[in-house]
Design a protein around this ligand. Structure first.
Ligand code: COA
Length: 161
């Protein structure tokens, strides 16, 4: 991790910079994705949402949103994005670790996400195929889960806890 980099909790004043990062990283098609639609209008969780800042600029961000998998408390992780100009310096993995560590201190049983297995696998995420049912289409091989306290399964709903 670069020494001049600061990873800190996302604040309300970061919202525009974070949305801008996500817009560039994921493009306009992001709004039609199931994970994005689930988060639409739902506040992200402040305990597990972080930004990476350098020289006063937000160059990376990660958010998590509270969900339920069946009755179990869980998080939906994402979006995670790092500015292309700052790629491959360990910032993405640094944000991921910080956010997972923060989730371990909550009541969540697990973290669910839709993402690339080679990137998230080393952090402990496994493919869950059809054990977890998202409320919309997802590429099943990209549906991943990290048990924090226990494995979870069942339908996902955006329910606060
Ligand atoms: C994915 C992303 C967050 C990685 O950020 P980063 O700061 O460059 O990541 P790090 O420097 O911590 O790690 C880089 C490593 O991850 C790998 N990696 C990056 N994106 C990857 C992907 N989609 N699938 C597999 N591996 C990936 C790199 O090849 C590199 O591997 P290495 O360490 O063996 O060289 C960033 O590229 C990004 O914002 N991408 C666009 C949005 C996105 O795809 N977000 C994640 C959704 S799955």
């Amino acid at each position: 991790m670069p020494p001049d980099l600061n990873i800190r909790p996302e604040e309300a004043s970061d919202a525009d910079a974070v949305e801008n990062l996500y817009a560039i990283a994921f493009g306009p098609g992001r709004f039609s994705r199931t994970a994005y639609r689930m988060r639409d209008g739902v506040p992200h969780d402040p305990l597990t949402s972080f930004v990476a800042e350098r020289n006063g600029l937000v160059i990376g961000a990660i958010r998590q949103t509270r969900i339920r998998v069946g009755e179990a408390k869980a998080y939906l992780l994402g979006p995670l994005a790092v500015a292309e100009t700052a790629a491959k310096q360990g910032i993405g993995r640094g944000l991921l670790k910080r956010s997972i560590d923060a989730a371990r201190g909550t009541a969540a049983d697990a973290i669910v996400l839709v993402g690339d297995p080679p990137f998230y696998g080393p952090s402990g995420f496994d493919q869950v195929w059809d054990a977890i049912l998202m409320p919309g289409p997802v590429e099943r091989h990209r549906l991943l889960c990290l048990p924090l306290k226990r494995m979870v399964s069942g339908p996902v709903s955006v329910a606060t806890w």
